[in-house]
Design a protein around this ligand. Structure first.
Ligand SMILES: [Zn+2]
Length: 386
């Protein structure tokens, strides 16, 4: 596990040596230097400092390597407007913060052994702010597994899935919200990765568009805002599992996640949804009740929707354990799709040259700020191509 050292915003006011307005900086007279930490990315530094990546690049043309490669221990300069209330304050300030005072709520998971002080230090915020945002007093207990709200300023941080779906977390998860073709059962449990939310929206819309007047599909749990353990689910911990109720025959609106018999399922719609998710190339596992699998395989064969090879890769030969779709208890109430880890951001390297070890470290996905593990697949979970 890569432990990313989270250091409070290192702020050196250069005083008399204040860097004069360089080309492109917004006329600021005071510059801060931030030290690049191991595991830092431009995005992370920008977010921590309340500025944009574009500004960081603009201000540090000579300091940032080609393709944005960073070297731990080196410094980047950040310009602060002279109108800031306190230049020596570690409050993120930024000429580029969208609108004045624009903030967004982030949710962070309370881990075992955490205290308000620890979380504040880890997240680079003050204890007082953390208490205020969460209406906590100095004596309020906090509980592992619950969330605290952190009001962030600056650009919204990208979602990060870490660990496995059955033992993982989600930082800065994307909220599904409302959309065409589905109703959301529990908004508080509808947070996921970029891919998860994007494909889910696309595919529920695809069914909605293809079947005019179709009853809305019921979207059940994805992950809690910061992921983590989510009983009674085994998975759903890292923003990559999505439960949707089966589309029901006779255009029946599925209002709750109730058990359905194989002959109550609308296979045309259910397949349209599942096929759409598979075409994303980002699905690594599907859970369905065995009876419904069998009926769906029969339907696909009868309607010539899948060839024998696809059927085998989807549902497996009798008794085999290498197919995409698996039986799991309680999956006669819903169809469960698990998405792959999002690919780490790519960084261009000079032509032909393989990335150095340092560059490779920069390529790693930006983990949650308390230094969580990489995003991992469960054993045997690999992206499925249709
Ligand atoms: Zn499920």
């Amino acid at each position: 596990m890569l432990r990313i050292v989270q250091v409070a915003f290192v702020c050196l006011v250069l005083g008399t040596a204040a860097v004069r307005a360089a080309d492109g900086n917004p006329g600021a007279a005071v510059a801060h230097e931030v030290i690049i930490k191991k595991g830092d990315t431009l995005k992370r530094i920008a977010a921590r400092s309340g500025v944009t990546v574009a500004d960081l690049r603009k201000w540090n043309k000579a300091r940032i390597g080609r393709g944005g490669a960073l070297r731990a221990g080196r410094k980047l300069v950040i310009y602060e407007t002279t109108t800031a209330p306190n230049a020596a304050d570690s409050t993120p300030v930024g000429s580029s913060t969208p609108k004045s005072g624009a903030t967004w709520d982030d949710a962070v998971l309370v881990r075992r052994g955490d205290s308000i002080g620890k979380i504040a230090a880890r997240e680079g915020v003050s204890v007082a702010d953390l208490q205020r945002w969460n209406k906590l007093s100095a004596k309020s207990p906090i509980h592992a597994g619950k969330y605290l709200v952190i009001q962030r300023s600056g650009p919204r941080l990208p979602p990060v899935s870490s660990g496995r779906p059955t033992a993982g977390h989600l930082a800065h998860g994307v909220f599904l919200g409302e959309g065409p073709g589905y109703r959301l059962r529990f908004p508080k449990n509808a947070y996921g990765t970029d891919t998860t939310i994007k494909v889910l929206r696309q595919c529920t819309k695809r069914v909605h568009d293809a079947f005019q007047g179709s009853a809305e599909v019921l979207v059940g749990d994805i992950s809690r805002p910061g992921g983590g353990r989510f009983p009674p689910h085994e998975g759903h911990q890292s923003g990559r599992d999505v439960d949707v109720g089966y589309f029901l025959a006779n255009n029946t609106q599925n209002a709750t996640m109730h058990r359905v018999q194989a002959d109550q399922v609308d296979y045309a719609k259910t397949w349209a949804y599942l096929k759409c998710t598979l075409q994303s190339g980002r699905v690594v596992r599907v859970f369905m009740d065995k009876k419904i699998q069998t009926a769906m395989a029969e339907w696909l064969t009868r309607k010539k929707q899948a060839d024998p090879d696809q059927l085998r890769r989807l549902f497996g030969a009798l008794g085999s354990d290498d197919a995409l779709v698996r039986h799991a208890p309680k999956h006669d109430t819903h169809l469960h799709v698990r998405f792959a880890c999002d690919a780490p951001p790519t960084v261009k390297t000079p032509k032909g040259k393989p990335p150095s070890d340092d560059d490779a470290a920069m390529l790693a996905p930006d983990g949650p700020s308390n230094g969580a593990d990489a995003c991992l697949e469960e054993d045997g979970d690999v992206p499925f191509g249709l």
